[in-house]
Design a protein around this ligand. Structure first.
Ligand code: C2O
Length: 552
């Protein structure tokens, strides 16, 4: 087994976009941040040194962290933040995963600039279950903010109003020619004819689900969230924040006399305004070194092809697209989903309002603010890390174990919202005995407006056994669950005005965060945590924390 060492120096860096130069928080001065490369089975050791004025923590999104929860990274969940001038070594082994994942800051809104790709290659001499690509290219979708994102979210929390939107979307950090003075800041993918490229697409945006497409080219989806899927062809990929999607791109067999636009723009269903800008890049063919075709000399004869993307709120496209994902579920990659269930949970997810506290200058009606909740509980971040409190049996005053398994009251989730949309708040968790087989149905409440919520679970992959529009029907819908080849993911979009059903095996002792990956909803409280107890056997316990674990 190989150990891969990385050093992440968190430091400020001046970056110019949209005609403005801004000092942003980076890893090693890079934006997007550096790529982590490892093979399945490798140990990865990353020393993070904080040279900035902000508190920092880094999360390795989608890495299962089997019995290494101390390295997971969400601030105040598995660790206290790394304070200015301090450091922490993240140390974990990649077990049973290969594909694309990513890393990002997991504190406040710092992940707007602190993010990068994690590429996990198969074990040595193990081939992909698809044609070996000529080249692999990470495609990180993100946002550019003219404002300082810490100021944006702090202001929103103070006033209780919705935060501002980003100013541009980006492909590998570049907004492209549709944005102010950004023609030179365009992502270019230079390709040779007749080759297969593996695009590792990551949605690192704070607040927008994204469509992605390349004009006149078909994308062949082969993997999602570091799990192979049954390959399928599409012209357009939909990807929520947190998700990763690998696609094969087969280039045309001869160099075409054309340039092809790569476009990315939001899928947005919620009631709030959003950044409706389009990021543009270019697919450019190089002359093959051994071919006789002449390169395109005459620039004016070069045609420009544009992709067509669905309407920004095309929920039908979203549902159809998401339903196409299937596990390989073959002898080499069996779908290890729990066939039976020990514990059922039904969680409503959505927005609401909450009373403002004294130290806020709330501008909502009757001193209220916008809030978001799961089962009507808006999660309050503790002042110390939940995992430490759990491990050292000091949960008193930090968290309570009464997170509700069902919503406190039922209503027609896709009809008129209830009169009282006030949420409660608390630092509540669900405790699961080791190896509990969990079934979890997530239902969008549509309070204030139907909206898709990309729910992300730390520490596990779950299987998406069902999804649908409207209210989940516990009598009829379970009979239609796919228990044969459901997709295995770490982030699932709860359909706008609909539901999704997940299953997972609680085989990873620790404290595991679950939240909407739209950062604004996380800030409003659409989050909770699962405490998975140790098992009795060897290799069923969480080891003690490393000695350099940051303290609160
Ligand atoms: Cu990608 Cu809790 O995060």
């Amino acid at each position: 087994r190989t150990t891969r060492h990385y050093k992440f120096n968190i430091k400020m860096q001046n970056v110019t976009r949209l005609c403005q130069t801004k000092s942003i928080v980076t890893v090693n001065g890079q934006f997007p941040g550096p790529r982590i490369i490892a093979r399945e089975g490798d140990r990865v050791v990353i020393k993070v040194v904080n040279h900035v004025k902000y508190n920092i923590s880094i999360h390795w999104h989608g890495i299962r962290q089997l019995r290494s929860g101390w390295a997971d990274g969400p601030a105040y969940i598995t660790q206290c933040p790394i304070l200015p001038g301090q450091s922490y070594v993240y140390n974990f082994t990649i077990i049973g995963q290969r594909g694309t994942l990513w890393w990002h800051a997991h504190i406040s809104w710092l992940r707007s600039t602190l993010h990068g790709s994690v590429v996990i290659l198969p074990k040595k001499h193990v081939p992909y279950p698809f044609p070996h690509p000529f080249k692999e290219v990470p495609i990180v979708l993100g946002e550019w903010w003219k404002a300082d994102t810490e100021a944006v979210i702090n202001q929103a929390i103070k006033t209780g109003l919705a935060p501002n939107n980003s100013d541009a979307h980006t492909i590998n950090g570049l907004p492209g020619p549709l944005n102010n003075c950004s023609a030179k800041d365009s992502f270019k993918l230079k390709v040779q004819p007749g080759k297969t490229y593996l695009l590792r697409i990551i949605n690192a945006a704070l607040n927008d689900e994204m469509f992605f497409s390349i004009a006149n080219h078909t994308l062949h989806v082969v993997e999602a969230d570091a799990v192979y899927v049954k390959p399928f062809r599409t012209n357009i990929v939909l990807i929520t924040p947190g998700q990763t999607t690998n696609v094969l791109l087969k280039t045309k067999s001869i160099t075409p006399n054309a340039k092809f636009i790569i476009a990315s723009r939001p899928y947005a269903t919620g009631p709030a305004s959003f950044d409706n800008t389009t990021a543009i890049g270019f697919l450019e063919y190089k002359k093959h070194p051994h071919s006789n075709t002449k390169p395109n000399k005459n620039k004016n004869s070069l045609k420009l092809f544009k992709p067509t993307l669905p309407k920004f709120n095309d929920t039908v496209f979203a549902m159809n697209f998401n339903k196409r994902f299937r596990s390989l579920a073959n002898s080499r990659f069996p779908a290890k989903l729990p066939k039976t269930v020990d514990k059922h949970f039904f969680f409503t997810v959505g927005l609401g309002i909450s009373q403002c506290s004294k130290n806020q200058a709330c501008q909502g009606p009757n001193n209220t603010r916008v809030a978001a909740a799961i089962n009507n509980v808006s999660f309050v971040m503790p002042n110390t890390a939940l995992l430490q409190a759990h491990f050292f049996n000091k949960s008193k005053g930090v968290f309570t174990t009464d997170f509700p398994s069902n919503p406190p009251f039922k209503f027609n989730y896709t009809g008129t919202p209830p009169k009282n949309i006030m949420v409660t708040s608390g630092t509540k968790v669900v405790v699961l005995p080791y190896n509990t087989k969990v079934e979890l149905v997530l239902q969008d409440t549509s309070i204030i407006g139907a909206e898709s919520h990309p729910l992300h679970l730390h520490g596990f992959n779950f299987f998406i056994v069902g999804q649908g529009n409207g209210n989940f029907d516990p009598k009829k819908d379970p009979s239609k669950f796919n228990l044969v080849d459901p997709p295995e993911r770490n982030t699932a979009g709860v359909p706008s005005g609909g539901w999704v059903a997940l299953r997972f095996l609680a085989d990873n002792p620790g404290v595991w965060f679950m939240h909407c990956h739209l950062e604004v909803h996380t800030s409003w409280g659409l989050k909770m945590a699962w405490v998975v107890q140790d098992g009795k056997g060897r290799n069923q316990k969480l080891p003690p924390p490393p000695s350099d674990l940051p303290k609160c």
